[in-house]
Design a protein around this ligand. Structure first.
Ligand SMILES: *Cc1c(COP(=O)(O)O)cnc(C)c1O
Length: 429
């Protein structure tokens, strides 16, 4: 969809343009396979000589409409959907890294992604150097090796809520001839478009705000089309030398800057790992996307209102929200996300675990869930749930105090949310 349209218009209409007499809503192509008149027609698809569909594990029209919308929202040239955010980050990295390669990653990232890179990809022979998102230029520079193939970070990290200096990380990546991959799940392209700041590839857990209603797990990858693989051909042989499993085509030559990365990820990784999103879930994801630009400002408004309220409460030790003046990331958040970031706030209650338990038991609107970023407000106390194997000392060392609560502000009326918090604070002895 043409660049001239605003992000909100793209949320509603990009990706799918029905022809005369065709359905106005995206059709759900609930079919594993597609029929052809001649084997010659189908052969062209297998050779990547013609574009079209033959088996939904590789591509499905419903998914492609939605992926095209997400690519348009991020300002990229091509996109693909995956079955989850985990699959999106794995594919984005594994598409350019192989055994013997190395990744530079921000240490402040989602726990699942941290484990994927630090443990599971290590078993594949891919090593990593983690750097603080706040590291100096010199520290960042020192993390690179001869075999570094990618730099990775999250715009706003889940759950630490640190903010990535995208320009700093992009410039360092480009000095070393490798792309910057940014997981943009929390702000969504409505609040931040990392490609405009130099990121080369953007990933999403669409499970969060994009779906927005807690209905379907999913992921997405968008390529900016800007990274010149051929200029660093020796680093990326998978893109710049012939693929024998596709009759010797060279992705970067045949599909150009704008198409090589996503075509390779589809043709090789989807074919072999099969982490496709179901067309039904892609349809639900698109319903979420149609209102993303209307919902995100409300999540931000509620997040800021709850953060400001909590900051004034004597029973609260500290509040972490990058949109709050005085937060360590306030300035950088203003630079990259002038309209606000997301609706997730974390705060520490005085009184540790017992205070957190008493508080959460009393909440009526905010449900206790491991999920974040949907229409209904939810919360989590890591010490009694995701991190319950740790004692108080271990929690403190990990920067997760026992009394810490992660609050994901939904779309309810903010006065009702604040009343719920007030009531629960009163229950702490
Ligand atoms: C949730 C999340 C993921 C993982 O996504 P799933 O859809 O749960 O697989 C990755 N990155 C971030 C920032 C997330 O919040």
């Amino acid at each position: 969809m043409s660049e001239q349209f605003s992000i909100g218009t793209k949320c509603v209409q990009a990706g799918y343009r029905p022809g005369n007499g065709e359905p106005r809503q995206i059709p759900i192509i609930q079919s594993t396979t597609f029929k052809y008149d001649t084997s010659e027609d189908m052969g062209k698809l297998f050779d990547l000589e013609a574009s079209g569909y033959f088996y939904t594990r590789l591509q499905n029209p419903t998914n492609d409409y939605v992926a095209a919308k997400i690519a348009a929202l991020e300002g990229g040239t091509a996109g693909m959907l995956t079955s989850s955010g985990q699959a999106a980050n794995f594919f984005a990295l594994f598409n350019i890294c192989q055994c013997g390669d190395h990744i530079v990653s921000s240490s402040s990232i989602y726990g699942g992604t941290f484990n994927l890179i630090a443990v599971t990809m290590a078993k594949m022979g891919i090593t990593v150097t983690f750097v603080s998102p706040d590291c100096s230029e010199d520290e960042l520079e020192a993390a690179f090796q001869e075999n570094t193939k990618a730099v990775f970070g999250e715009t706003i990290a889940n759950p630490a809520l640190t903010v990535l200096d995208i320009e700093k990380f992009a410039q360092a990546a480009h000095r070393h001839g490798v792309p910057l991959i940014v997981d943009n799940t929390f702000p969504t392209p409505v609040n931040c478009r990392p490609i405009e700041w130099g990121a080369d590839i953007v990933t999403h857990s669409t499970t969060k705000y994009m779906d927005g209603h807690g209905a379907g797990v999913g992921g997405a990858i968008v390529d900016s089309g800007k990274f010149d693989w051929m200029a660093h051909a020796d680093k990326f042989p998978g893109l710049t030398t012939p693929d024998e499993s596709y009759h010797g085509i060279t992705y970067a030559e045949k599909f150009g800057l704008e198409g090589a990365f996503i075509t390779k990820a589809t043709a090789q990784l989807m074919r072999d790992f099969g982490s496709i999103q179901s067309p039904q879930n892609a349809f639900l994801l698109n319903l979420g996307l149609e209102s993303l630009h209307v919902r995100m400002p409300r999540h931000v408004e509620n997040g800021l209102a709850c953060a400001e309220f909590l900051q004034k409460q004597p029973k609260v030790e500290f509040v972490n929200y990058p949109g709050l003046p005085g937060n360590a990331y306030y300035e950088i958040a203003q630079k990259y996300m002038p309209n606000g970031g997301c609706g997730v706030v974390s705060f520490e209650l005085k009184g540790g675990r017992p205070a957190a338990e008493a508080f959460m038991k009393e909440l009526r609107l905010a449900a206790i869930e491991t999920h974040v970023a949907d229409a209904r407000t939810c919360c989590l106390n890591p010490a009694t749930s995701t991190h319950r194997q740790m004692n108080d000392e271990q929690l403190a060392a990990a920067g997760i105090p026992a009394g810490m609560i992660r609050l994901s502000c939904g779309l309810e009326d903010k006065a009702d949310l604040i009343a719920d918090l007030t009531n629960a604070l009163n229950a702490i002895g």
